[in-house]
Ligand binder design. Structure first.
Ligand code: NAD
Length: 454
């Protein structure tokens, strides 16, 4: 890997990736490569997570295609030097910002969206003109076999895919990359940041957490139930921005629980465990963790509660009236389990969100116009949907990223390009005029300077 990194560094220093035509050509090749391998990729995601072709295409391939198309369309304009103002007292100087790629980057990704979360940051890196080492998650082996796809699209000194587990990640993290882009858990995020500190490498951390969903007394409950169950059952809840738990106004709690219970059969029939369109849990370890949580909350189950160890599937399960400090409310659930907490006011919901680490996403279902403005201002979160769930992630005009415990830095669209770039600050001055006041000896010039810049 050291040799490979050295080769990539030499290639980067050759300046070839600075050329916009080169970057666009690389992205076009990647798009063609993905399109050719579409059936193989969809099958890999079915093997890894039981994702239906529709879900895998919608949530993974389509987002990558959009990122590539947007980058191809815009990267010439993103790469242009940008003039900025210069204060009058620097007359006649002019200033500009000059984006440059950070260099050789490392991309570490998780297993839940194994294609999207490895390739989407790669698109941003290539658009910005970086070289990249991609280490997909060992947790989704068939999709992690991206090596052949990437090797067919990029020269090895430009982009390489390294497969392996934690040991491989650790080995990579010890190397002096120019940028580390990590998607995964807050626990490993801390390890990544410590490793990056040794080389003063800038990091983007795309982490997770418990994303709350508020349903107030004015909400359209049928629509809320439909969109909450959709966001929660996508990838069987193994989505970093899935609504983790609900905060529901007491006056509509029973009605919402009823609608939630009715919704799952509409999507996945009476037997979701047997439905091929309903994804499975990634592995036995995650399955056992989720079943442990489900059993801990069994007395509070409103609907669902079944699971199938052979298929690694767990029914969408809703819990209500949990006692305080229940295990379901401790950590990010990352599965199809949905605790419903009752609140007596919007303020109580906001206070309970504020008492926890800042979440990656926040959802609000309301028909109250004032609250649509109030809640996004009052709460801390990475991104938010009002009267929907998850959709904000799929808008490349919105930056995607967390804050505090849910991460740092952002990407998608232009923000991805910026995540892999450094904006050089450049001031150009003229030879004349050359005002003597700035130069020593200063003598009595201080008074003059103060009057000048007041
Ligand atoms: P993880 O943190 O366990 O693993 C992510 C990557 O880190 C993998 O490539 C793995 O090889 C590597 N890794 C694991 N342990 C390591 C160690 N000790 N040292 C160095 N590298 C190590 O995450 P996961 O279980 O694959 O994914 C689930 C988590 O990811 C959840 O918390 C979820 O919310 C989060 N997530 C966040 C986003 C986002 O965009 N913000 C997206 C998907 C998932």
């Amino acid at each position: 890997m050291e040799q490979s990194l050295e080769r990539m560094r030499r290639f980067f220093e050759s300046g070839q990736t600075q050329d916009c035509g080169f970057r666009i050509g690389s992205l076009r090749r990647l798009r063609r490569g993905i399109a050719e391998k579409e059936p193989v990729l969809l099958e890999a995601m079915r093997l890894d997570l039981g994702k239906s072709a529709f879900e895998a295409y919608e949530c993974e391939l389509l987002s990558v295609y959009r990122e590539i198309d947007e980058s191809i369309r815009r990267l010439r304009s993103w790469s242009k030097p940008r003039r900025v103002k210069t204060p009058w007292y620097h007359f006649p100087a002019a200033s500009r910002l000059l984006p440059e790629p950070l260099g050789v980057s490392l991309i570490l990704s998780p297993w839940n969206y194994p294609f999207l979360l490895a390739v989407s940051p790669l698109v941003a890196a290539v658009a910005a003109g970086c070289c990249a080492v991609v280490k997909p998650s060992e947790g989704a082996p068939p999709t992690a076999a991206l090596e052949a796809l990437l090797a067919g699209c990029f020269a090895p000194e430009h982009v390489v895919c390294v497969q392996g587990g934690v040991a491989e990640s650790e080995r990579l993290l010890a190397l002096p990359f120019d940028k580390i882009f990590f998607t995964g858990s807050p626990r490993v995020g801390r390890i990544v940041m410590q490793a990056a500190a040794r080389n003063l490498t800038p990091v983007t951390l795309e982490l997770g957490g418990k994303s709350p969903c508020i349903v107030d007394e004015t909400a359209d409950l049928a629509l809320a139930a439909k969109r909450i169950v959709w966001g929660k059952t996508l990838n069987a809840g193994q989505t970093c921005v899935a609504p983790d738990y609900l905060l529901v106004h007491r006056s509509v709690k029973d009605a919402l629980l009823q609608k939630l219970a009715e919704q799952t059969p509409v999507f996945y029939g009476a037997h979701p465990l047997e439905n091929d369109e309903y994804p499975r849990i990634v592995n036995k370890r995650q399955f056992d963790r989720l079943v442990g949580l489900l059993e801990a909350g069994r007395p509070q189950i409103v609907c669902g509660g079944g699971y199938d160890e052979k298929r690694l599937k767990i029914e969408p399960t809703v819990f209500a009236d949990l006692p305080p400090a229940h295990p379901l409310m401790e950590e990010e659930l990352f599965g199809p389990l949905l605790p419903v907490l009752t609140v007596d006011s919007l303020q109580q919901a906001l206070d309970s969100i504020a008492a926890r680490p800042k979440p990656l996403a926040l959802y609000l279902f309301t028909n109250d116009t004032a609250r649509k403005k109030q809640v996004p201002r009052a709460a801390h979160f990475g991104g938010c949907c009002i009267n929907d769930t998850v959709l904000h992630v799929n808008n490349h005009y919105l930056p995607f990223g967390g804050v505090g415990e849910s991460g740092m830095g952002r990407y998608h669209g232009r923000r991805g390009f910026e995540a892999f770039s450094h904006e050089k600050a450049v001031l150009t001055n003229r030879r004349f005029p050359d005002f003597p006041v700035r130069y020593p000896p200063y003598g009595e010039k201080l008074g003059f300077l103060k009057r000048l810049v007041k």
